[in-house]
Design a protein around this ligand. Sequence first.
Ligand SMILES: Cc1cc2nc3c(=O)[nH]c(=O)nc-3n(C[C@H](O)[C@H](O)[C@H](O)COP(=O)(O)OP(=O)(O)OC[C@H]3O[C@@H](n4cnc5c(N)ncnc54)[C@H](O)[C@@H]3O)c2cc1C
Length: 391
Amino acid sequence: MKIGIIGSGCSAIYLACILKAKDFKNDVSLLDINFIPGKKFLITGNGRCNLANTLVTNDSYNNDQTKKIIGNTPAKDIISFLGEVGILTRDLGNLIYPFSLSAQDYLSQLIRFLKERNTKFINDFNVLDYQETNKGVKIIGKEKCYVFDKVIIATGGLSKINLKQRTNMFNILKTHKYSISPVKPGLNPIKSIENVKSLENLRAKGDVKLFIDNKEIYKESGEVQFKKDGLSGIAIFNCSSLIARYKDFKVAKISIDLMPDHSEEQINDILKKFNNASKYSCLDGLFAPKFSEFIRQKANVKNLYLFTNSEISKLATTIKNLIFTFKEAYGFEDSQVTIGGVSYSNLSDTLESKIEKNIYFIGEVLDADGLCGGYNLMFAFKSAELVSKNL
Ligand SMILES: Cc1cc2nc3c(=O)[nH]c(=O)nc-3n(C[C@H](O)[C@H](O)[C@H](O)COP(=O)(O)OP(=O)(O)OC[C@H]3O[C@@H](n4cnc5c(N)ncnc54)[C@H](O)[C@@H]3O)c2cc1C
């Protein structure tokens, strides 16, 4: 049986490894516009490749079908399979990385494993379309075509890619009558309605909460990085994905508790004590001067220093609840995952197309997205594992 995988990204390479580990005689080809198979791996986890996460919560994935594919022991399954390919992993808390902490070394080992088993890499091949024929599924490029018995579509999403260089697979799939849930950038910075220019390049640690239409829907401790027009950092990336998953809402707000280990009362006491220590703003003993000034203005406090008791209480409230209103998300070029994609309604439980024969889907091309922390690669791998069982 000839198997063609469109894409040689993270899910495709994992699937090819499973098929070759099962039987090295399996005839597997990967077709990709890139010259380097698995190129995406190299930018994951800041070059360290966060492969999986041992902790899956309700927010980790976007919908029940995605959670079902992830299953109960995803990290364990992946660690165990990587052992068969000769790759050791390490845990950093809940996060799983290759032992080498190097995406490059990890990818090299996967590619060696595949090349030793005669996997075919058809690089620099832009897939323009595919077609069912009586000889099998024909994959169509500009100058060449290839025919396979089964084709797996593993073309990923639209995050951090160059659409000038390759055909957008979602558009091809629409012509094949697949329904595509609206695609939006996820895990990306957000722009705020508030002017944050004065905070550009500053960082703040704290508890980040997301409120959608006044309902708290998420909380995470982390570091927020300020951009000239908005907020960034892992906790913000997660909030941006959760906002993008919402179909309909009026207002989304992000609240940062800048001193989660202190009660408002304790902050009041600290500020009162510091207020008498210097003629400068007592906030400068806690935050960078630009940040102090931002908090003072947000709290609507008139005095620049030597605050009144009621001003101190307003400052303490603002420190516990510094609010930013969501304006819009940054684009695909700044995002790590694509929200939306091929709807599960087009597919069987084994990710086989209900619309066309011998077509399967894995990875981010599906309407599947996870939060930051190895969840997206974990889905890429688990969806590949599911398809491998049913080919
Ligand atoms: C900066 C960054 C960091 C990330 N870090 C992490 C992390 O640490 N942990 C984690 O879990 N997730 C991470 N992700 C997300 C993760 O990389 C993706 O979810 C994962 O790569 C999806 O795998 P995939 O196989 O579905 O798609 P991809 O890996 O994107 O592969 C798709 C392949 O299909 C090819 N292709 C598409 N269309 C065509 C066409 N028409 N013709 C030919 N070839 C085509 C592409 O060239 C590409 O090689 C990160 C993403 C980014 C952008």
